[in-house]
Write a protein of this length. Structure first.
Length: 317
């Protein structure tokens, strides 16, 4: 078992081992999952055949925690933040026990129940969208992401920040999915380097990435182009960061003529171009190898230059 990082996490891992040796398997699982050892936690349930017991245990915990939400005063004198954290953690662990067994419908229903009580918990709503996508409920998944984008923007417009100390929270684990395109580029779009560059308290780029990937995986390029066009109008900063990688993704998907709607849009609205809003003055399509912009030194090449290269290669093939 690989130890966790941090003194507290390593201590929790050692305690989990002791509990397992003492026959306290569910307590061991609980500690492992709480401190991020999801793989080891799943292996413990599998080897000991404890899925049914874990389901029963966490279902009881969830019901008890739900009863404590909004109580005045809170159950056992705990404050509302602790009660909500307890409810959240029990629900996530129950949902993941379902996921381990590939009981996707139950996992989705559990997360949806959590989201009703915790509507601004975007990590939970993100897992809901991924489970909907996995169930081929594509329209529902995209609607979930757009609802999150709208809510995040509402919260970003509110003045002030909530700097109150919060109880430790676990991060829900997404279901394993497999899509198309270049995995490295998709991960790059969701990477920490982008998050640090974004000054919004609730960044929306991860939702746009998920929506675009859903459309591109299903070759719905016109829909993807519509999303990008709206994004450029509503959130130019996010569009700037995504457009550069989107040109490479379209090329890697080998979409052929189906990729033209996105390529045309990216070419006409180059994020490095000072005339990004004035699409009526965009250069003609298709571009030629002599088409270049000057004056940009922020990147080694712009999205327009990448698209020129794509068009040039396709002409010569």
């Amino acid at each position: 078992m690989k130890p966790c990082s941090g003194v507290a996490d390593q201590a929790a891992t050692q305690l989990a081992r002791i509990q397992e040796k003492s026959g306290k398997d569910l307590e061991s699982f609980d500690l492992l999952r709480t401190y991020g050892q999801t793989g080891a936690a799943e292996l413990l349930l599998t080897n000991k055949n404890l899925f049914a017991a874990a389901e029963t245990d966490y279902a009881k915990r969830l019901e008890a925690a739900k009863a404590g939400l909004g109580a005045k005063p809170a159950v056992d004198g705990e404050n509302d933040a602790v009660a909500r954290a307890r409810f959240r953690e029990a629900g996530i662990k129950l949902a993941e026990v379902y996921q381990f067994q590939k009981k996707w419908d139950r996992a989705l229903a559990t997360y949806q129940s959590l989201a009703e009580a915790l509507p601004d918990d975007f990590s939970i709503r993100g897992i809901i969208a991924q489970l909907q996508e996995r169930a081929e409920q594509y329209d529902e998944a995209i609607a979930t992401h757009f609802a999150m984008i709208q809510r995040k923007r509402e919260l970003n417009r509110l003045a002030g920040r909530d700097d109150k100390a919060k109880p430790r929270e676990i991060t829900p684990q997404p279901p394993k999915t497999r899509g198309g395109g270049d995995e490295w580029v998709w991960n790059n779009l969701n990477g920490g380097w982008y998050s640090r560059s974004n000054t919004q308290r609730y960044p929306v780029h991860d939702d746009y990435v998920a929506i675009l990937r859903s459309y591109l995986d299903r070759k719905k390029t016109s829909k993807a182009a519509e999303v990008l066009r709206d994004l450029a109008r509503e959130d130019l900063n996010t569009f700037r960061w995504m457009a550069y990688s989107m040109a490479r993704l379209v090329d890697n998907y080998n979409l052929g003529a189906e990729g033209l709607p996105i390529l045309r849009l990216l070419y006409s609205m180059d994020p490095e171009d000072s005339d990004v809003w004035e699409t009526t003055r965009a250069p003609s399509w298709p571009p030629t190898s002599s088409t270049r912009r000057s004056g940009s030194s922020r990147r080694s090449s712009t999205s327009r230059e990448i698209i020129v290269g794509i068009a040039t290669r396709r002409r010569s093939s």
